[in-house]
Structure formats: C-alpha cells, structure tokens
Design a binder for this molecule. Structure first.
Ligand SMILES: NC(=O)c1ccc[n+]([C@@H]2O[C@H](COP(=O)([O-])OP(=O)(O)OC[C@H]3O[C@@H](n4cnc5c(N)ncnc54)[C@H](OP(=O)(O)O)[C@@H]3O)[C@@H](O)[C@H]2O)c1
Length: 320
C-alpha cells in the first residue's frame, strides 16, 4: 500500500512517517525540501521525497494531478488550509484513492460552550485560520457523506514535542515563562488564570492518524479530536510546571487589559487567541471508534518539550 503524505517533515510527520514505514507502507513525502524531521530515524531512508510547493501548484491548478500521478492508495494531507485547496485535491483523487486523511484543528470550534467539546457541537469558528479550516471540514464531510468520498478529519490541539517551543502557561510561545517558573520568579497570568489550553504530543497525533487508517471503516465520513486526555487551566498549568521544577508558583493575576500591556504585542495576540477559544475537547469518540489511546498527558508532553529546551540551551533554568 502506498501512502502519499503532503507536508510530512514537520511536527507530526516526524513521528507519523516512521510509524507508516514500520507498519509496512511505501511512503512518498511531498514538501518543498526546506525542512527536515525534528529527529533522525532510519525509516526516512526508505521514504521517497517529491519536491513541490503546494501553494504555487494550487494556484496553477496542477497540485491535485501531481498527487494523483503518484498513484497513492492513501493520502495524508497535513497542510490544507482552504476549501478551494481541498476541493482541488478531492476532484483529482475522486475514485482514485482508498482514504484521504486531512489534518484539521480544534480551532474549527470557536469559543467553548459546553466542556468538554464533542465533535458534534455546532461550529462557531472565529479568526481566518479557524474559519477556513472549518470550511474545509464542512466541504470534506459533505463530499464524504453525500458522494462517498473516503475522507477522515483529525483535529489536533496545541502540538507539542521535543525540538520546538510549546504553548506556555501564559498562553503564548515565549519560552522564558518556563524559566521564570523554574526560578520561582513572579509570572503574571490574565484574569483568574482559569481559561484553558489543550495540548497534544505530536506522537499522539501520529498515533491517531495510524489508528484512523487501521479503522478505516468507521473513520471515513467522520472528524475526531486529537488531543491529550485533559485540557489545563493556565493557573493549573503554571502551578504544575513550577512544582515540576521544585518551586511554588509565584503567580499574579491581572485583568486582561492590564495584563496585555505586560507582554509584547505578538505574545498578547497569541494569548488572546488561545484564551478566547479556551479549548477543552473530548477524545471519547476517537477512543471509542479508533481505539486512540494518547500516551502523554498535556503536562508530560510539555515537560518532554521543556527538557529539550533546557538541554539545548534555549532556556536557562539555573538560579543565578
Ligand atoms: N502546530 C500546531 O500546534 C497545530 C495545532 C492544530 C492543528 N495544526 C495543523 O497541523 C498541520 C500542520 O502539521 P505540522 O504542525 O506537523 O506541520 P509543520 O510542522 O508546520 O510542517 C509543515 C510541513 O509541510 C511542508 N510545507 C510547508 N509549506 C509547504 C508548501 N507550500 N508546499 C509543500 N510543502 C510545504 C514543510 O516542509 P517544507 O518547509 O520543506 O516545505 C513541512 O514538511 C496544519 O494542518 C495545521 O492546521 C497544527
């Protein structure tokens, strides 16, 4: 069986491609050739690399044909961000593939109404990224359920792993927040710190893709949350990370308008995006239908990533 993965050298592909090779699939990766996997693995030696820019080829209307010409049995699309881009691929692959797996996002939901969110709850996305990804989901589920196109959608939370900076307890990506918690320094959180974030380890996302392939008959026509077993409040996350460093969290809580002035504009925008969503997603559907069993809690995933940041000198947690 031949799998074509589009964008397979990133966070998820680092884990998913070796899993596919080990399961006996012939794997072809399409990417621009700029990135390498975060970790080396012997499996990459047997992966065929096709260099192509999806954006450019989408504009030229040739990308779908390129994928079809590789004669895949299964296509995994890691980097589709608009319904137009999805429709090009679906039109080209209609009747030609056994399974198309699309990487979505929990941002299709918009703000949480009832926690934990289930896949069935109505979508209220906001922000261009979430709105476009929700439109891709609507398009693919419609094609799957009305026209029998074999699509599955997996919605990851905040993807974490060794090699990049995880979303921190203040809801943004400045890794120094972890260093401050490690030193027992004061960390300010917005509001009461009760808004939520929902991480997932990249290897658990890879596991979910494998399980969706293995359980194709119940995976097609469906979307699944792909997150850790439980979301974290910012406060709980900060306290647990401080404890992991052997400290008591020294937290200060500020109203949003005041808090935002204490960080950069980029950090404030990232935090606003995360706490305005405050995701808390159920994995019951993926557990039941796909036998998805995440290996990492949110904290375990983050701690592995932060250990990497420390080992590689990205943050200094010593008390100078
Ligand atoms: N990051 C998160 O926390 C998060 C959360 C929820 C959902 N998601 C979803 O996860 C997906 C991304 O997965 P990821 O985080 O594993 O990816 P990633 O780390 O961003 O890696 C992207 C991959 O796609 C390739 N790529 C990027 N632009 C390309 C282009 N124009 N043409 C061809 N290849 C291209 C990259 O390689 P080259 O640069 O070499 O081309 C790389 O292999 C997206 O659908 C996103 O919506 C991400």
């Amino acid at each position: 069986m031949r799998v074509v993965i589009i964008g397979g050298m990133g966070h998820v592909g680092t884990y998913l491609v070796p899993r596919l090779v080990e399961a006996g699939y012939e794997v072809i990766n399409i990417s621009r050739g700029r990135r390498s996997p975060y970790q080396p693995h012997a499996a990459w030696k047997s992966v065929r690399q096709v260099v192509a820019d999806r954006e450019t080829e989408d504009k030229a209307g040739t990308f779908g044909q390129r994928v079809r010409d590789l004669r895949p049995d299964i296509v995994i699309d890691m980097i589709c961000f608009t319904a137009t881009s999805a429709s090009q691929l679906v039109e080209a692959l209609n009747g030609e593939v056994q399974h198309l797996l699309h990487c979505g996002t929990i941002w299709v939901h918009g703000p949480t109404v009832q926690a934990p969110l289930t896949e069935e709850q109505p979508r209220r996305p906001f922000g261009d990224y979430g709105i476009q990804k929700a439109a891709v989901e609507v398009y693919l589920l419609n094609k799957a359920r009305r026209n029998g196109f074999p699509a599955t959608i997996l919605h990851p939370g905040h993807i974490v792993g060794p090699g990049w900076v995880p979303l921190n307890p203040a809801g943004h990506f400045n890794p120094q927040v972890f260093a401050s918690l490690a030193r027992g320094e004061e960390v300010a959180l917005p509001n009461f710190g009760m808004e939520t974030v929902h991480h997932v380890h990249a290897d658990d996302v890879a596991q979910a893709f494998m399980q969706a392939i293995f359980h194709r008959s119940v995976a097609v026509c469906e979307s699944f949350h792909t997150v850790s077993p439980a979301a974290l409040t910012l406060r709980g996350y900060a306290e647990a990370m401080a404890a992991w460093f052997g400290q008591s969290a020294n937290l200060r809580f500020l109203p949003w308008e005041e808090w935002r002035t204490t960080v950069s504009e980029v950090e404030a925008a990232a935090t606003w995006d995360h706490i305005a969503h405050s995701p808390c997603c159920s994995i019951a559907k993926a557990e039941r239908l796909l036998n998805y069993r995440p290996r990492y809690t949110s904290l375990q995933a983050v701690q592995e990533a932060v250990s990497w940041l420390i080992e590689h000198g990205v943050i200094d947690v010593s008390n100078q």
